[in-house]
Design a protein around this ligand. Structure first.
Ligand code: PEP
Ligand code: MG
Length: 324
């Protein structure tokens, strides 16, 4: 098994007709760095910085964060690492900072929380920039963006941090800044957000939750939570087309990138960067290497006529059986 993994690690995730997909990994724990590298991740598509915050017993200091981020950037250098700023709130709570709300998914989450706690945001940005100095592979990613002024403010914080650190003798550079598309308003405002972002990463878990108004963690409605819902697929096609027109690189980093049926449709749409759990990389790579993108186009066309995720899954199932 390990030999099989090693053989696959060095092979590209390319379809039989030459469409190359970059497979990156999602992480948050240092312990995840090794599995990602063993499975040939071409970088970290999503570093969930809230995970180390959640296992601490108080807010980590800038210096503590620096140590942590440095290890992750170093483990992957020169491959890119997309470090997302703190995304707490919603279902992610800190043991030492209570955010109790009656509607947490619509509340103090992600960039909303960090812009309201600017010192925390600044310490995180500074730690990431400093950790990048000897590695040069940092990219910043902003969670839960729903307004243009959030990206404007975030960019200003990064520019100020770069200036302040440079003045203090730290040779930090301005990294590329990306935003997560997880909220429908960010998707609808893409052309207006584009001047403030260098790239886009789709969080399919939250985008599905907010497009369908279905709680991603509520078992009572889990039968309604599916990233193959036709509305989600319409949204994903639209985002891809808009990003192309705007020359914005786009990737997808939710659970959808681990679902073989979804990966076939994303490939047909033209998505060429996916980020997923390291453990799923070999499976998805084998799948991509066994299909032609050309053959997926009629499948995508047929799904455009479907009115439910059940129909869509039924359409894709026979193909998955032959390639899987
Ligand atoms: C997502 O929402 O799809 C995502 C990748 O972010 P998280 O799962 O951490 O909310
Ligand atoms: Mg999310």
């Amino acid at each position: 098994f390990m030999q099989e993994l090693e053989r696959l690690r060095d092979q590209p995730a390319v379809t039989t007709d030459g469409f190359l997909v970059n497979l990156l990994t999602n992480t948050g724990l240092l312990a995840d760095a090794t599995p990602g590298l063993q499975r040939g991740a071409e970088g970290v598509g999503l570093y969930r910085s809230e995970i180390p915050f959640m296992i601490h017993d108080s807010f980590p200091t800038e210096q503590e964060q620096f140590g942590l981020y440095h290890k992750v950037l170093k483990a992957y250098a020169p491959r890119p690492v997309n470090m997302r700023t703190l995304d707490i709130g919603g279902d992610k709570q800190l043991p030492y900072f209570d955010i109790s709300e009656s509607n947490p998914y619509l509340g103090w989450r992600g960039i909303r929380f960090t812009l309201d706690n600017a010192q925390l945001l600044i310490s995180q940005i500074r730690a990431m920039l400093r950790a990048d100095v000897d590695n040069g592979n940092l990219r910043l990613l902003v969670p839960m963006v729903s307004r243009v002024d959030e990206m404007q403010s975030f960019r200003r914080y990064v520019e100020k941090a770069v200036d302040a650190l440079n003045r203090d003798g730290h040779p930090v550079r301005m990294p590329e800044i990306g935003m997560m598309i997880e909220v429908p308003s960010a998707m609808l405002l893409l052309p207006r957000l584009a001047p403030y972002v260098d790239f886009v990463s789709i969080g399919s878990n939250d985008l599905t939750q907010y497009l369908l108004a279905v709680d991603r963690n509520n078992p009572r409605v889990s039968n309604l939570f599916d990233h193959l819902h036709p509305a989600v697929l319409v949204a994903l096609e639209q985002i891809h087309q808009q990003c192309e027109a705007l020359h914005l690189p786009v990737s997808l980093c939710g659970e959808m990138a681990s679902d073989p049926a979804a990966v076939l449709l994303l490939t047909a749409m033209g998505y060429s960067t996916l980020s997923l759990s390291a453990y799923n990389i070999p499976r998805i790579k084998l799948l991509l290497r066994s299909v032609s993108r050309e053959s997926l186009q009629p499948l995508l066309e047929q799904t455009r006529q479907c009115n439910s995720e059940t129909e869509i899954r039924a359409l894709i199932a026979p193909l998955l059986e032959t390639v899987g």
